[in-house]
Design a binder for this molecule. Structure first.
Ligand code: AMP
Ligand code: MG
Length: 498
């Protein structure tokens, strides 16, 4: 049993106040020799947590799961989920432990969760632990997504456990502290719906509305408004992923958050050479979660979410048929909402703010040329910002295309179109640089940082992090971070690493 301690997190625990069958009350399992590898000082300050106290011996023990902070009511949440299309009625936090919730300076509530905190009643065959590599990966990727302006869970800390975990080979263990608007998932709703427990679904939906969609509480039809709210947030989220070349990799319903945040960074990765069919995850054999399938995968997940709410929506609508019609209508709005958000973002990426006929075709035409020319997704759009400002920058741009003439003919049409835009050349380039990052955590760089960390050298991790935390700022001397992988550096597959 972990020791109680006095550092106050000022935990407020609404989730542990839900009915007993929503979770298992379980404390983290202490580790042999906790040591702090990384503390996110800025995030801890935003959350109103004292970084010095978190970095103290007692603080690190809390972040390792060796001490239970005062006010914490640790638990492992129950959830189910469709994994690659197959329903698993019980998944749950098999290696995660919700310590409690904190309310930040602006009144927003966040879960503080340890990942890799030991076995729980939901562990099935697993060891409840996490290896250092995947933890560092989640740290880099999730913090970069936040810096890019994408809704996401955040990384508060990484603590080495001093223990070894057995994966394909023995690896050093780590505990990751994750911060999320909540850990409610589509799979949380499915857990109760699959058991025919409509009252639990109602309790969960009411809790969710209060926590994430307070406007739905005042709506005429609250549960339908909840469904519509989740659909709207996920449509924007997936559009943002697509506009940045992000591939989640495991869009199972248990990894689809109700708050609309990117959650569960496993085998996720950013595109390099633009290929709409790209899949990195070793476990995604069928390409179910390929880059260009992501909106469809999310739609499928949202249909599963809607199914769980059907009895409640039917009540609101007065009949099953009317409930199912309303839910269908809401679901049918997902792809159009996604497309509108993507279209708007795509036009911004090429410097167009006032949409005219033909603009979307122009942008799609560039993407097609990029695909044929193996052009790097991130760099192409970043160089386009320069090309929008200086015509003599075209050489740097065309160098990204296997067939440079593919760009010249496109750019002639693009430049003529830009003449019709109201913004000045400088304003336009600045706007484009705010949506087209220079830096993303390239797969080979993440891998390099992890390999070095396994040798005890955390410098590459820190260096990469400092660059990707300012993704939209040009900085001299950082070509190493900006350049795509050379053929021999290319990471062709990513792994869950659980
Ligand atoms: P994930 O693939 O990380 O989304 O996890 C899917 C399910 O497997 C969840 O229920 C996790 O809690 C569980 N899980 C993943 N890794 C472990 C582990 N090392 N020990 C126990 N459960 C795990
Ligand atoms: Mg998961």
């Amino acid at each position: 049993m972990a020791e109680q301690q006095t550092i106050t997190f000022d935990f407020k625990n609404t989730y542990s106040g839900l009915p007993e069958h929503f979770f298992a009350k379980v404390s983290p399992t202490p580790v042999a020799a906790p040591s702090l590898i990384k503390l996110n000082v800025e995030l801890s300050q935003e959350l109103g947590l004292d970084p010095q106290s978190l970095a103290s011996m007692e603080g690190v023990e809390v972040l390792a799961g060796n001490r239970v902070a005062l006010g914490s009511e640790p638990l492992a949440a129950a959830y189910a989920g469709h994994q690659f299309g197959h329903f698993v009625p019980q998944l749950g936090d098999g290696r995660a432990n919700l310590l409690g919730e904190v309310v930040d300076v602006s009144g927003r509530r966040f879960d503080i969760q340890l990942k890799g905190a030991g076995r729980t009643p939901f562990s099935r065959g697993g060891d409840g632990r996490a290896a250092l590599g995947p933890v560092l990966r989640e740290y880099i990727l999730s913090e970069c997504m936040a810096a890019l302006g994408v809704p996401t869970t955040r990384a508060l800390a990484v603590v080495a456990t001093g223990e070894t975990v057995l994966r394909e080979r023995p690896l050093p263990g780590a505990v990751f502290t994750r911060v999320a608007a909540s850990h409610l998932r589509v799979g949380t709703f499915q857990y109760f719906a699959a058991r025919g427990d409509v009252e639990a679904v109602r309790t969960l939906a009411t809790y969710t509305i209060e926590r994430h969609y307070p406007e739905a509480a005042h709506a005429h039809k609250s549960y339908l408004a909840l469904l519509e709210g989740v659909i709207a947030r996920q449509a924007r989220l997936v559009a943002q992923w697509m506009l940045l070349g992000f591939i989640h990799g495991v869009m199972n319903t248990d990894n689809t958050s109700i708050s609309g945040e990117t959650i569960d960074y496993g085998p996720c990765a950013f595109l390099e050479a633009y290929d709409p069919e790209q899949v990195f995850s070793s476990i995604d054999q069928q390409g179910r979660y390929a880059y260009n399938n992501q909106p469809h995968a999310m739609h499928w997940n949202l249909v599963r979410f809607a199914e769980t709410l059907l009895p409640l929506i039917a009540e609101e609508e007065g009949s099953e048929a009317a409930g199912s019609d309303s839910a269908k209508e809401a679901l049918e709005s997902f792809i159009p909402q996604f497309e509108a958000a993507r279209r708007e973002g795509l036009l911004c990426k090429i410097g167009v703010v006032t949409e005219r006929e033909g603009d979307v075709d122009l942008a799609e035409d560039l993407l097609q040329r990029m695909a044929k020319s193996d052009a790097d997704f991130t760099l192409t759009f970043r160089r386009l910002c320069d090309a929008a400002e200086f015509t003599d920058e075209d050489e740097r741009f065309t160098a990204l295309f296997v067939n440079p003439s593919a760009f010249h003919s496109w750019a002639a049409v693009w430049r003529t179109r830009l003449l019709l835009e109201p913004a000045s050349v400088k304003e336009r380039a600045a706007m484009m640089r705010r949506v087209n990052p220079a830096f993303i955590p390239r797969n080979h760089l993440v891998q390099e940082a992890i390999d070095a960390a396994y040798r005890g050298d955390f410098r590459p991790f820190e260096d990469l992090l400092s660059v990707v935390l300012r993704p939209y700022e040009d900085s001299a001397g950082h070509e190493h971070y900006e350049s795509p992988a050379r053929p021999e550096q290319r990471v062709l597959q990513t792994f869950c690493g659980t």
